[in-house]
Write a protein that binds this ligand. Sequence first.
Ligand code: F1P
Length: 602
Amino acid sequence: MHAGREWTCSPAAMHAWESPDYEPSLPVSEKSNPLTRDIDRASASHIVRILQATDAQMFQEDTGATYKRLVSKQVVETLMEVAEKVELILKDPRDSLVVLSGCGTSGRLAFLITSDFNKALRELNQSPVYRYIIAGGDRALLSSQEAPEDDPELGALSLKKVCEGKKHVLFIGISCGLSAPFVAGQLDFCMQHLEVFTPVLVGFNPSHQARDDPMSGCTFTFRSLVQRMEELSKSKKAFLINPAVGPEAVSGSSRMKGGSATKILLEVVFSAAHAAAFTNSPITFKGIQEHVDAYRQSLDITYSHTEGITPLLEAAGQSLRHGKRVCYLGWGSVGILGLIDASECNPTFGADFEDVRGFISGGYGQLNNNEGPLSSLGPDFCISHEDFLRQVLPSLDDWDTVLLIYTHSDSVSEVAKLALRVRGKTSNIHAVYHQVDGDTAAAVQQSDVNKLCSSSLKITWPSSAPESFLRMQWELSTKLLLNAVSTGAHILKGKIYQNHMIDVQVTNSKLYCRALRLLQKLSGCTESKCEEALLRAIYNSDTLTAEITSSDVGSHTQTARNRTEVVPLALVCLLTGCSLQEAESHLRRHVIVREAVAAHMS
Ligand code: F1P
């Protein structure tokens, strides 16, 4: 543990990942971040500080060296051009749409952003022009549906369906790694129908680092598609928004900075378009640049509360270490961030759906998703506070952590009522509350909540910001905070080795490739030996049949869905030469994956 030792981050360390010699074979989104190399051995407060520095890399200046950044001239200019396209649609929405699409977190953020901006349009009595598509449909908003991500045809078909009969569609495909075949299929479809579609790609790698693997049923790769888009961008028929934000804190975990930067960029574009269309404020370079920069303050304000965030990580880490639960009880759109963060713990950390769960006041009524209520799909799709009271509360005790997430515009008396019921079962209850400067109205009720909580984090925002921007800041702040809590808790549980998630789910081709790379890095064995070990773990067989070795990655990932701990198993086999059964019993003895690996590495 580095607990107690002051952690500082030098400017050189912040930039180390940018060197051309640093992990040159990996795209930025998959590199391991030099700042987080020892995060697996850090204390809770130290983890928060490391995450703060890692998130701050999003706003690094453009040094003119290797990578474009959020505020680079070319990025800001493209944001302006896309905002102008959106403005045109807002001014004449007949037969037009703005469609956002992505897989996993990218699709969840597409949902959140379209909901927020359609709501803004409805408030102005305008027709809602925004639509979202998420690979795997609405169930993917709340659970891991990684397989559809690999299907380019499914992507194209779902886009076609949403846009039936439309004459102008601005399509925004989000793939943080410039890698998802589902999104590639959609962008390709747009390029075949440029008379209707204007494709925009949002991601966080330079174009030459886009994924170059073959995709099922396609003659093109993501990289060749990006090259076609670059050609079209010269005549403004397509747009690429792809600044680098630095490697993720946990390697490849694009739900973190990738997701945050997606939210920032698209909100900046749509806010500028709305202001231009409805309040006559022109879209300017300076306006866009300042708006991006304003989000840097959201980050600073959030992380100025390190001492308030630390106990949340500690509590959540304790709960997970004891096989208990972490529950987010949210209100309004910050509650949606709770649902999103909880849903990501299964694919990211191999967590059980019971480990980290999100609930929101108003349930599906508040969510207002395309497919309506999904509770009939099973207990993991029950998301209302009533569901929490019925399904979860009766079994809670002091080892479980409950986190209340709300803002001053929510009913604080309702929060206090729920807090009281929770307090009857566990004293391990915490609150995160956003308010604006000088707001005293809710103070009395807030003190009722405080009395019931073992920690309360009040984040105060400047009242000068417009209401709509405040909400977006609260959302980003909640995202950063919950990403820190769930990532930190899983680190404290011992799920991370250095800055790698070893127990990665091998449920799609991107994750399969990541797993193989990880095995090579940690075992030092050849790629073919690592793939052999991985397949043995996936198929649960010490000998590989010809049928297995001749199957494609799609079959491997399909089979891996029903297996757990395949990468740790493969790693133990590679390091020790033991059988699968021996590796299994070894892992059972070392519940903490990091320790199991460390024991063999030393
Ligand atoms: C999409 C995604 C991630 C998820 C996981 C698998 O990535 O679903 O959101 O966390 O890493 O991939 P991308 O297409 O946005 O790069």
